[in-house]
Every structure is written in C-alpha cells, then in structure tokens.
Design a protein around this ligand. Structure first.
Ligand SMILES: O=C(O)[C@@H](CO)OP(=O)(O)O
Ligand SMILES: [Mg+2]
Length: 401
C-alpha cells in the first residue's frame, strides 16, 4: 500500500537564508510526505555529516533514490532508513549527506501516515500516544554561536514546568520573551535577536541571569503556575585546552571550576535544565556534575551524545548526564533517533526533542516529541520557523491534525 513511487529533492531556504534539502516522497494509493532538513551552527564534532545542499541532493539522486523507488514502503520506516544507510555506505552519512537522509526519512514517515490517514505522531508512536505533551523549553536570551557580542552562554531557556496544558506553556514562554524585552528597554539595553529568535543583548551572563529570573518570576505570578528556567551552555564551543579550560569574556574556568560554577547556578536559580555544561569529550566532568545536581535538574547531553546510541551507551555506563537531546539530523534517520530514545528510556534517561538553530517550517519534531512521550521539547519561543512546531503542538492538543 505504501510502496514508494517517487522521491523528489530540491534546495529550499532555511531560517538563516542558507540552502537546505527538502524531500517529497510519493507512494501508491496517493501517499505524500514532505520534509526539510534543519542545520546547526554550534554543531557537535561527532554529528553525522551535512553536505552542501546541492551536493547532498546530487549524491542522493544517484545513490539513494534508485534503492527507494519501487523498492521500499514508506509505511515501514526501518526499511526506508536501512535503504538510506545502505545507499550511503558510511557510518556518518558523509556519502549522501545527513541532510538528504533526514529529509527523505521524515518525508517517508509523513507519506506513510498520509496513506493510513493517521496523524504523524500516531503513525510514529502508536494509537496510545497523544495524551501527554512535552514541556516546551523556550529560548529567551542567548549568544554564543547564535549571536555575536551577546552572552557567553548560548541559551537561557524558559521552562514552564507547572503549566496545565501545552498551549498555556507555549503562551507563557512567549510572555517571558516579551517581558524580557520590557526589562531590557527599562534598562536601556538595546537588543536584536539571535538565530533562534532569542534576545541577544550586549550584556554579560550575570545580568542575563538576573533578567531571566525576574521575567520568569513576573510571568509565573501573572499566569499562576510555576515557570523556571534552564540553560544550553554549549560548552564545547567555549572549551580551549591551550587556554586552560572554558573561555568566558571575563575569565577562564578549569574543568573543576566549570563544574562548580554550573552546580552553584543550578542551586542558586533552581535551574530545571542544563544542556552541554561541559566539553563534548568530557564524560567524567558530566558524571561529576550529574552526581552533584542530577537529582534536582536535567543534565542533558547534546554535543556529548549527538543522538548516537554508542555515545549514549558510554554515557550511561559512566553516569554522565541524565538526559539526551534528540536531533534527528545529528544521526541521519528517524530510526536512528528512535533507537537513541529507546536506549535512553530503558536506562531512565530523559529525552528532549530539539530543533536546530537553522530551521524551516517543517514541524516533524512536534510529532516526534508527542509520539515518544518526550518530557521536554526545545524549539524556541517566537519566530515563524519556531512557531511552526509550537503551533503544531497546539493543534495536536486540540485534535486538529
Ligand atoms: O546547540 C543546540 O542545542 C542547537 C539548538 O538550539 O543549536 P545548533 O543547532 O546551532 O547546534
Ligand atoms: Mg545544544
């Protein structure tokens, strides 16, 4: 019923104005799915390889499409993704590009769902899914690789942990974003926005903590439920061995000092989420921090794990982190992302489904989060390519997909 009859690839724009890969998958019975690959700026060293869009498309046309059309069923995700891996022939998707692979993989899932008529989250997660929703982590203030001349820490993320529904959580995050703007205006701190729509003022991290704390507290009072916040430190981008550790605008912290600094921040601000607080090779530092504060916050590995079961397996063995960021384009296919989620869940690690800093209007990750009962989703607070996912969550909650 879902035999693939055609795969079409094209270059489209992402939110940074770069070219990315969009895929259409067509099947017997009129099935159709369309998806586009996102793209990172603070990419992990161990991620699957993204090729320039034109090259990825050319390679996929030559090597992958002949193995898909008339050969695999879009309704059988493992079959599709195994064909992509076989066509690629490497262990990091450098053959056809992880951008071609993930676009085709996600488009196939949508095509499979369209034939059965099931919403994508139900096609991916089964009929019992759709009653629990992830808490959206909203990027409110940021810098790092996402904005020049702003905070050292890449992302300050609102976490509306007490929200009674996903739509109330999403509106609360937008309200925090608005409140931060008001505070910045009061302080006479002009601010543009970074790649993900977060404010990117020229302030130091200490002032950002103060402002985000004030904004989350004020909005929590207004809406009547608990809103905390968290961080994506993206510490691999700061780490410089030759400089002696983590390079901040005003200081350099050794690994020990970095663990201490983050643990103190978790306690002082009751942070609910800390992503990549240490370098992507430092399992030991992650384990140390998790030991200290893992009972009160999610310590999440993004560049550390890159959605990869081998790296996650190592982390589990060593007690490094207690949760994993899931980005399908870091590993290449939905099947690989599901494998990482299953390994995490089996080992009581949380999973946080995530966008990339370069995005499109594709909303697949909203469905992936609901399909897998993800406790959190990180997909921004404002900006069209972010609201594409947030509004899709609202529609899923409203049974309108
Ligand atoms: O570090 C991250 O978690 C992501 C998304 O926020 O950024 P990028 O896509 O640039 O890797
Ligand atoms: Mg990250």
């Amino acid at each position: 019923m879902t035999l693939v009859t055609d795969v079409r690839l094209r270059r489209v724009l992402d939110s940074r104005g770069n070219a990315t890969v969009e895929a259409d998958v067509l099947t017997e019975e009129g099935g159709f799915g369309r998806a586009a690959a996102p793209s990172g700026a603070s990419t992990g060293e161990y991620e699957a390889i993204e090729l320039p869009a034109a090259e990825a498309i050319a390679k996929a046309r030559e090597d992958a499409i002949p193995r898909l059309v008339g050969e695999v069923h879009a309704g059988n995700q493992r079959e599709v993704d195994a064909a992509l891996a076989a066509a690629d022939g490497t262990d990091d998707f450098s053959g056809i590009g992880a951008n071609s692979a993930v676009a085709i993989s996600m488009a196939a899932a949508k095509a499979g769902a369209s034939v059965t008529g099931a919403p994508l989250y139900q096609h991916l997660g089964g009929t019992f899914r759709g009653n629990t929703f992830p808490i959206p982590l909203g990027n409110i203030v940021g810098g790092g690789e996402h904005a020049a001349d702003a905070t050292d820490i890449q992302e300050f993320l609102a976490a509306p942990v007490g929200a009674p529904s996903v739509s109330e959580a999403i509106f609360a995050n937008a309200a925090v974003h608005g409140k931060v703007h008001d505070i910045l205006v009061d302080r006479d701190e002009p601010a543009g926005k970074g790649d993900e729509g977060a404010w990117a003022p020229s302030i130091d991290d200490a002032e950002a903590f103060e402002i985000v704390d004030e904004a989350t507290t004020a909005v929590a009072d207004e809406v009547g439920f608990e809103i905390r916040f968290g961080l994506d430190v993206a510490a691999a981008e700061m780490y410089d061995e030759d400089e002696g550790g983590y390079v901040y605008s005003d200081t350099v912290r050794s690994t020990e000092e970095q663990v201490e600094y983050i643990a103190d921040l978790v306690r002082e601000y009751d942070l609910k989420y800390v992503e990549d607080p240490l370098d992507e090779d430092d399992y030991e530092g992650f384990a140390d921090l998790t030991e200290q504060v893992g009972d009160r916050t999610l310590v999440c590995g993004d560049d550390l794990f890159v959605t990869n079961t081998d790296r996650l397996g190592d982390g589990i063995q060593q007690g490094a982190a207690n949760s994993i960021l899931i980005k399908p384009n870091q590993i290449g296919t939905l099947s690989d992302a599901f494998d990482a989620i299953e390994l995490a869940v089996e080992n009581a690690y949380g999973h946080v489904v995530s966008h990339r800093s370069g995005e499109t209007e594709d909303a697949t990750i909203a469905h992936l989060a609901v399909a897998t009962d993800a406790p959190f989703i990180k997909t921004g607070a404002v900006a069209g390519e972010r609201t594409a996912k947030l509004n899709e969550l609202i529609r899923i909650e409203d049974n309108a997909v």
